[in-house]
Design a protein around this ligand. Structure first.
Ligand code: ADP
Length: 334
């Protein structure tokens, strides 16, 4: 599995859950979103109403699920979790909606992957707290209106642009999560190391943070790999040398690029001479879904200035050539 996904290792998932901050104050970074969100929640508490629907967008592992849990906790409300891919029929959504209790927070991850009919049902539920349950088929079908208790929808998507306009417009607040700075990731790591009872020095925190691709989930995961490495090597206090050696073993390079990132750049450069090449062609070359390349690998490569998105396709920048130990030929640079 790519390093960034939640993964299927049950131990990883259990540790991930244990490391989640439980309130807005423990949530590191994302100052703007945190401040705006705290205002939205405070206002709805004062009005004694359920909070406005919230849309969270940003690459995987930046804290969307964590924020949804925090919203529920701060509103003192129960939380229900589902996801776009799990809702293939309008009936699936109707079943969830009709069982919500007043004020409940419904978290829909990957909301852009919901089916069309479900999406349309969601419009009315968000706006009027009502759904029409269709009974029967063909000319005899009837719609039975059903009132819902007020609830708060928290939708998460890797890119707000993937969402149809009418759905996007029905959220009262949209927060876009940014990649974390190295300093912020160090804070995440310090907190996690404390919870995991690990001894790590400052230089080692910096080393791990620098390789974490701006992503708390990756930072925590790398920390666990470093812990494993230290355990096997009988090391008690982890320093930068140990952290670096451990992470080299897991193919995470000094810039934090993982295997998928590097294979995207390598394909761009060796197969397409640096581009421009279309997303789908590039995705085929690395054997991944276009959406994975676009939402998992590209945002970080763009931020690091190694990949450019142009109207004619993706291009590798001089920094990408350099990172792979290659020199950009003058004919390409021109
Ligand atoms: P997403 O839903 O965006 O994929 P998650 O909310 O599941 O990401 O976060 C992944 C992991 O990263 C969680 O285990 C959580 O502990 C950690 N994490 C994410 N954001 C933060 C943050 N701002 N501060 C501390 N830990 C964080």
């Amino acid at each position: 599995a790519p390093l960034v996904s939640a993964g299927s290792d049950p131990e990883d998932r259990a540790v991930e859950a244990a490391l989640r901050p439980k309130n807005l104050d423990d949530f590191v970074g994302q100052k703007r979103v945190r401040r705006q969100l705290s205002l939205v929640l405070e206002a709805s508490r004062l009005r004694g109403r359920s909070a406005d629907h919230v849309l969270l967008s940003g690459p995987p592992g930046l804290g969307k699920t964590t924020l949804a849990m925090i919203i529920a906790a701060e509103m003192n409300a129960p939380l229900r979790i589902s996801s776009g891919p799990a809702i293939q029929h309008a009936g699936d959504l109707a079943a969830i909606l009709s069982s919500l209790t007043e004020g409940e927070v419904l978290f829909l991850d990957e909301i852009h992957r919901m089916s069309r009919p479900a999406e349309e049902m969601l419009y009315m539920a968000m706006e009027d707290f009502r759904v029409d349950i269709v009974v029967g088929k063909g000319p005899g079908a009837t719609a039975i209106p059903l009132d819902l208790p007020p609830f708060t929808l928290v939708g998460a998507t890797t890119r707000a642009g993937l969402l149809p306009g009418p759905l996007r417009d029905r959220f009262g607040f949209t927060g876009h999560l940014e990649f974390y700075s190295t300093e912020e990731l160090e804070l995440v790591l310090r907190r996690s190391a404390m919870l995991m009872d690990m001894k790590v020095n400052s230089a080692a925190f910096a080393e791990i943070a620098g390789r974490s691709r701006g992503t708390p989930r990756i930072a925590n995961r790398l920390l666990r790999r470093v812990r494993d490495w230290a355990l096997v090597h009988g090391i008690d206090l982890i320093d930068a040398g140990s952290a670096g050696a451990a992470l080299d073993m897991y193919e995470v390079d000094e810039k934090g690029l993982d295997r998928l990132d590097r294979s995207v750049l390598t394909a761009l450069i060796t197969k397409f001479n640096g581009g421009p090449v279309g997303l789908s062609t590039l995705a085929i070359a690395v054997g991944e879904e276009p959406e994975t390349v676009e939402t998992v690998a590209e945002p970080y490569l763009v931020r690091e200035g190694m990949l450019g998105r142009t109207p004619r396709g993706r291009i590798a920048t001089a920094a990408a050539w350099h990172h792979l130990g290659l020199v950009m030929p003058p004919s390409v640079a021109a």
